[in-house]
Design a protein around this ligand. Structure first.
Ligand code: FES
Length: 151
């Protein structure tokens, strides 16, 4: 799969983020491993440390295998001040895992992220590509139950 994606991109550093996004999106466990980092670096003519630095800078990339649904809790100040801790506590209780972990059934991974660009609706989370705002405990319960049932 990686080779097919790499074939689509010129051998230039400019395409690093696009390649990483495309590859991670297609991988079932949504992470980029060490061998893949080496292969991507080789193809684009950049150092492996450059690829690592991009992956670790952006919170939407991961070097650890993740679940089917990636829940990212915003930890920036506006969300924090609008009861962001309750959001985290509630999600950890509902899913039975701590931030950084994946549920045993591989259905959910819980992570932190920086600002999602929805500060006016703080507190906010993102699940995969969708952002949820103005969260309450009841709203979180409804969201999680929807993902448990419909995905
Ligand atoms: S601080 Fe949370 S969305 Fe901006």
């Amino acid at each position: 799969m990686l080779e097919n994606i790499l074939k689509e991109y010129p051998r230039q550093e400019d395409y690093l983020i696009e390649v990483l996004l495309e590859y991670q999106k297609q991988k079932a466990d949504r992470h980029i491993g060490e061998d893949e980092i080496r292969r991507i670096a080789e193809h684009l003519g950049v150092t492996e440390s450059k690829v690592w630095s991009v992956i670790t800078f952006y919170t939407f990339f991961s070097t650890r295998p993740r679940g089917e649904n990636i829940i990212q809790i915003c930890k920036d100040v506006p969300c924090y001040l609008n009861d962001g801790n309750t959001v985290q506590r509630t999600l950890e209780q509902l899913l039975g895992v701590q931030v950084g972990d994946t549920t045993k059934n591989q259905k959910f991974t819980l992570e932190h992220t920086s600002c999602l660009g929805h500060c006016d609706g703080a507190p906010a989370i993102r699940i995969n590509d969708k952002t949820y705002t103005n969260l309450s405990v009841d709203k979180l319960k409804a969201i999680i139950s929807e993902y448990r049932g419909n995905t």
